[in-house]
Design a protein around this ligand. Structure first.
Ligand SMILES: [Cu+2]
Length: 206
């Protein structure tokens, strides 16, 4: 009886220790060629040393004023996204992206079931009726991700110690821009990193 209760206390103790001592946060700044902050960049960390926990969380991309909001969504593989239509016009949401081809035929209100994103990759979505509507989903194999705010900054918290590959994605990459990847080690200190969004090199003659 006594032994059992001691074991339980020890286990609880080691859990809280690993949580407080070895978790750090990473702050990432994304800048363009002029040094301005870049909003809506997906930033995520893949482990180089082990398997990361699966923590799929539901997300929502609404349609309002004939726009998708938000423009950029980052989710872990296995998460579901709902696509509520909050306009008075009907929308027809679709994607041809290999990571998740799907179609929500002309509808108003909220479709009955959300869409499951079960493969990592970039998913570009559009509306069949309104050509200018576009949104981006970056599906990542890690629970450690975020997207940059209006000043180009994002903070990823509760990172366990380990070695990671820091990856970044932004819609401009579809137009030929590039963002470097890097390796970072999380030990016991918070880390700050700056990433450059390099513009597409224009090979066309002017
Ligand atoms: Cu539409």
């Amino acid at each position: 009886m006594k032994l059992k209760s001691t074991t339980f206390t020890l286990a609880a103790c080691s859990l809280s220790l690993s949580g407080s001592l070895f978790a750090a946060s990473l702050e990432v700044d994304v800048k363009d060629a002029h040094g301005n902050g870049v909003a809506d960049a997906a930033i995520y960390l893949e482990s180089l040393t082990g398997t990361l926990p699966a923590r799929p969380r539901p997300a929502e991309i609404e349609q309002k004023s004939r726009k998708f909001m938000p423009l950029m969504t980052v989710i872990q593989t296995g998460s579901e996204i709902a696509f509520p239509n909050n306009d008075t016009v009907r929308h027809h949401v679709y994607s041809f992206s290999p990571a998740k081809p799907f179609e929500l035929k002309l509808y108003s209100g909220t479709p009955g079931s959300p869409v499951l994103f079960d493969k990592p990759g970039t998913v570009v979505i559009g509306c069949n009726i309104h050509d200018r509507m576009v949104a981006y989903i970056q599906v990542v194999n890690t629970p450690y991700f975020g997207k940059t705010n209006d000043t180009g900054r994002v903070r990823i918290t509760d990172l366990p110690a380990g070695k990671y590959r820091l990856k970044a994605w932004h819609p401009q990459l579809l137009l030929g821009a590039t963002m470097p990847e890097s390796e970072i080690s999380i030990v016991k200190q918070d880390v700050a990193v700056s990433i450059a969004l390099n513009p597409a090199t224009d090979s066309k003659p002017h």
